[in-house]
Design a protein around this ligand. Structure first.
Ligand code: SDX
Length: 434
């Protein structure tokens, strides 16, 4: 990287230190503070990493103020309109859109890796039937590393590629198995004559007793949901995968850490929490009670948050939320559910919030999770599976970001420091004298 300038820090006793400033292709410049400790004896302090760039990346760009999301430079709106999920996965992984021939080969490669080792099915029976499917996924995806000793050398580019294909191909199978296990139905094997998303819907919803009919509108809606969730820069779960990967852990274990982090209600778990919030609001009187609910959200002591609203980066409308709302409308119309009370409640809630000074002042807008629960529910996906679908999609982003990091010659093990506020050195009194 070529420095484009420098930043001078003046600190204790008028001392100064200089640091190079680097620029990316678009977006904010960075001050390279890697020499700060050596030069000043001090750390930076940035809880939650609000102002910290942890890495260089060429995969996804977000402009939070403008509500812009680009995958390898292409606007999410154009990708959602013209591509399917595997085409998007190819772009995120390889940096360029595939030709028709490259796409056909990629689809075939993924399709022929969708089965899981038969021994893997034994892992499920160790869980209670009422286990949350995300708990099952954390365990089963991590266990994949016990099956692929032939591709765990992270420094071998071909091993990295094979692991990426295996994870992208097998996640739908594992997610569907996690669901089938909780409802006590038999696992459904993937079939090679269906598209990625149609295959997933069939593994989720088909039963041995009748022919499964693919609904192309619902499959397209699911495919778009996967596209919208595929990657999102250095969010909490992606940063978790990167940190785990920086120690040299194998890709299956790293993706398992990403799933665990995504589960949190402040992150990927928000879509499940948002639907529960809407259902509870509906039960309490729906639109008539919106004012009461908004007042509760604004009262900090209530600890109630408007789930599906707000974002660390977007201080404008999340472009994915707009596309998700369109998809929601398409699916509900297709299913004759345009009067769905929860969708109408969500629209009304969004309107009330966006007109309320509390939300306007804090730049709180709907995020990707606000409508995704309603559309997934309309697709027949149970609420407890929403975050599993998010993890299925984000596996593409996680493995692309992991691959980018491992291939980066600058990669070091991640090891943040701290501002220590504990006891200074003191001598211990043995228990007999305490
Ligand atoms: C995802 O990072 C990513 O890219 C994540 C993601 C991805 O694709 O990977 O986009 C996916 O995680 C989307 C976010 C899903 N989470 C939710 O919908 C949960 C509800 N949202 C909040 O928990 C919150 O908005 C966060 C966690 C998303 C963002 O938290 P920040 O950046 O720490 O925001 P903040 O706490 O600084 O908020 C500023 C103010 C605060 O009030 P004041 O202290 O200024 O008085 O806004 C308030 C917050 O209390 N606030 C909310 C709110 N979100 C923030 N108040 C009510 N409801 C909310 N949802």
């Amino acid at each position: 990287m070529q420095a484009k300038g420098k930043a001078t820090l003046e600190y204790t006793d008028g001392k100064t230190a200089e640091f190079p400033v680097f620029g990316g292709s678009i977006g904010p410049d960075v001050i390279d503070i890697r020499t700060l400790l050596g030069k000043t004896g001090m750390f930076t302090y940035d809880p939650g990493f609000l102002s910290t760039a942890s890495c260089q990346s060429a995969i996804t760009y977000i402009d939070g103020d403008e509500g812009v999301l680009l995958y390898r430079g292409y606007p999410i709106e154009q990708i959602a309109q013209h591509c399917d999920f595997l085409e998007t996965a190819y772009l995120i992984l390889n940096g360029e859109l595939p030709t028709a021939a490259e796409k056909a080969e990629f689809d075939s490669t993924v399709t022929h890796h969708t089965m899981v080792h038969e021994q893997l099915t034994r892992f499920f029976s160790g869980f209670r039937r009422d286990a949350h499917p995300m708990a099952v996924m954390v365990g089963v995806v991590g266990a994949l590393s016990a099956f692929y000793h032939d591709s765990l050398d992270i420094n071998d580019a071909n091993h990295r590629r094979v692991s990426a294909i295996r994870l992208i191909a097998k996640l739908p199978t594992i997610v569907a198995m996690s669901y089938k296990y909780t409802v006590g139905q038999p696992f459904v094997y993937p079939t090679n004559n269906l598209s990625y998303s149609a295959n997933f819907m069939r593994m989720m919803f088909s039963v041995p007793t009748e022919e499964y009919k693919v609904n192309d509108v619902l499959v397209r809606a699911l495919d778009r949901i996967l596209i919208l969730h595929a990657d999102h820069e250095q969010n909490a779960s992606t940063s978790t995968v990167r940190l785990a990967g920086s120690s040299g852990a194998n890709p299956f274990a790293c993706i398992s850490t990403g799933i665990a982090c995504l589960w949190g209600p402040a992150h990927g778990g928000a879509n499940e929490a948002c639907l529960h919030m809407l259902e509870e609001l509906q039960a309490r009187g729906g639109v008539e009670k919106l004012g009461e609910f908004i007042a509760q959200v604004k009262d900090k002591t209530s600890q109630v948050k408007l789930m599906g609203f707000g974002h660390r980066v977007y201080k404008n409308y999340d472009p994915r939320a707009k596309l998700m709302r369109e998809t929601c409308h398409e699916v509900l119309t297709e299913l004759g559910l345009h009067d769905d009370p929860l969708f109408k409640l969500a629209i009304a809630l969004e309107k009330v919030a966006l007109e309320d000074e509390y939300f306007v002042q804090r730049k709180l807008y709907p995020n990707v999770d606000f409508y995704s629960g309603i559309v997934q529910r309309a697709l027949g996906i149970p609420t407890s599976m929403f975050t599993c679908i998010f993890a299925l999609a984000r596996t593409v982003g996680w493995i692309a970001q992991w691959t980018e990091m491992i291939a980066d010659p600058e990669m070091k093990i991640g090891r943040p420091r701290q501002l220590y506020t504990g006891a200074a050195r003191r001598d211990l009194t043995p228990i007999g004298q305490r």
